[in-house]
Design a protein. Structure first.
Length: 317
């Protein structure tokens, strides 16, 4: 693992650690700006300080110094992304690296403390909509939020109610309960509205959430998610009904609903029990009841509704 070491001059330099000899370090969580991030190559060549992303590196360095931490880690410049082997190792290790950090600093580039009230900007922040930031929120024990003008907004504990309202993530998960204690369906639900720039990362960003390890194949498209599902199938002992619930999780379900909407027009007052011809559940504009095929799907249906903010519906089984 590469870490950035603080220098007395106010700068930093790259150093590498192996095995159990990794010292305490701070870690940065942020959203990327295309073409403006300070990269590994910039660090090696002494360039890139004119990029807007360099300010985030300097912020993390200065905050680590305030917290009396000698080392810090930033994904943009601590990973050589030109090496596919190194990138695979890094992504498969990412959850653990965040988990082991003494502190995680969340830099919200689109939130300004001086804008009153800053809470409104906090709730709208792009950081809450990105795929990779899910594990960066859940893995570390100590997560602190900062505005773009370097003001501390609070931490995961003091802001847990707001974070829960924004993300739908269970309070217990935010407080550090083992993620394996939550169902696969619920964990997939946490990622339902999050996006990644690269399609394959929709699956890769969830590896740590499910404690799954697999090689990265950029260019495979949606097959990355299929491989992840196969890994989940092998690693979990599930009943047939649990497998069905997870298969219809929110990540792909909404598109199937929209595609099926017209063909369902004549079924607006019928229970959906024909698994071969119709989706398992749907929402019609002509009714205020969501019909589901089995009682076992009710918990999943509630999860789906909470992710899509559909209200005013009743359940019929």
């Amino acid at each position: 693992m590469r870490l950035l070491e603080l220098e007395p001059s106010g700068g930093f330099s790259l150093t590498e650690f192996h095995g159990d000899g990794i010292p305490q370090y701070a870690i940065l969580s942020h959203t990327w700006i295309h073409g403006e991030e300070f990269t590994f190559n910039d660090l090696m060549t002494g360039t890139g300080k004119d990029k807007s992303g360099y300010a985030k590196i300097q912020f993390c360095r200065d905050q680590a110094e305030k917290d009396e931490l000698k080392y810090f880690w930033v994904d943009t410049c601590c990973i050589d992304k030109s090496s596919s082997a190194e990138l695979t190792t890094a992504i498969n290790s990412m959850f653990r690296w965040y988990q082991d950090a003494a502190k995680c600093y969340v830099y919200l580039s689109d939130v300004k403390f001086k804008e009153i009230p800053w809470e409104a900007g906090f709730r709208r922040s792009r950081w809450f909509s990105r795929g990779w930031t899910l594990q960066e929120l859940l893995a570390p024990a100590k997560v602190e939020f900062f505005s773009s003008d370097r003001e501390r907004l609070g931490d995961k504990k003091s802001l847990e109610r707001e974070i829960h309202d924004i993300t739908g993530i269970a309070i217990e998960a935010l407080r550090g309960k083992e993620l394996s204690e939550f169902s696969i369906t619920e964990r997939l639900g946490w990622a339902a509205n999050r996006k990644t720039t690269v399609e394959e990362d929709e699956a890769y960003c969830l590896l740590g959430i499910f404690n799954i390890y697999m090689p990265l194949i950029y260019g495979e498209g949606r097959n990355a998610y299929i491989r992840l599902r196969r890994k989940l199938d092998k690693s979990s002992k599930r009943t047939h009904e649990e497998a069905f619930e997870e298969e219809e999780a929110p990540l792909g379900m909404w598109n199937r609903f929209k595609a099926a909407k017209k063909s369902l027009a004549t079924y607006t007052h019928r229970s959906l029990t024909d698994y071969e011809q119709l989706p398992r559940c749907f929402h019609s504009q002509e009714m205020n009841t969501l019909w589901v095929a089995r009682p076992s799907l009710q918990s999943f249906t509630q999860c789906f509704l909470s992710q899509r903010a559909i209200s005013g519906l009743q359940y019929a089984v």
